[in-house]
Design a binder for this molecule. Sequence first.
Ligand SMILES: [Zn+2]
Length: 288
Amino acid sequence: MGRFCIFWYDKEMEQLPKENFGETEEAYFKSYEMGEDDKEVLLESAKTLFSLGVLGKETLDDLRIASFDSKNFYVITKGEHQSTDEFKVEDASQNEKDFHIYCIGHGKNFRKRDYAGAGAWYEVPELEETALNAKKVPNPKVLENKEKILKAILIPPKEVFERIHGSRFEYDTDLVFHEAGHIEEMLLRDWPNEGEIPAFPSEKQRREFMKTLDITQDIDRATIGEMYAMMIDREAKRQLGFEHIDMDDEAQKMIDSSHKKGYLLAKALEEKYPDFIERKKWIQSLMK
Ligand SMILES: [Zn+2]
């Protein structure tokens, strides 16, 4: 499964303490099944994501919030899925009124590194093939894959994620809101037929960004993407009243350079535009 955004994962992750899993680490990941707590937490995060008003309607419209374990993808959506010859879809909505919830079986073997990160813009056949009348959007990886894909974010189950990382990340904001932020950022972009998507559509926009935030070092697209995703997850934290809005030192060490630079830019952006609506409007005007 190709990843477009690998979140909080790098080589150091391979050296995480083994005692968290004992000698059964491999068996743990091979057999993990999402518990009721995992499902509840994901559903609550989805509800917060849709109700908080941090993301635009375009972004939330037909968004899939998916998780997974050793047997199934677990999908929360306002849209619908149905079984195909290849994939079996089970409706797990029960009494849920706001969303449909589906379990879609898979034959994949997810490993530790799959559970350690979250992502946006995956092309997951189990989701793509079973979606009914879904609005699909241009695929950033069109050259390698399908032209259009679902808007989906893939979030590991909380229990596994926290067993790997401890509790230094906020599950709903650092994962769910952050990845949804990556969906929104890419929706703003024009899709080139070939080559890299530039950090800014024009030289004029690039210069305005650099001048306003007083930056001299050149910025790449990945960094702008992380800045945007963090603008979203930090505003969600602020609105939800989380105390630890800044990532701690440990988290700073864990993240790759685009996340780190994006984080610093997101903070600079807040200083320049304290009002979230204005901040978002300004940065969006430079991205499309
Ligand atoms: Zn990210």
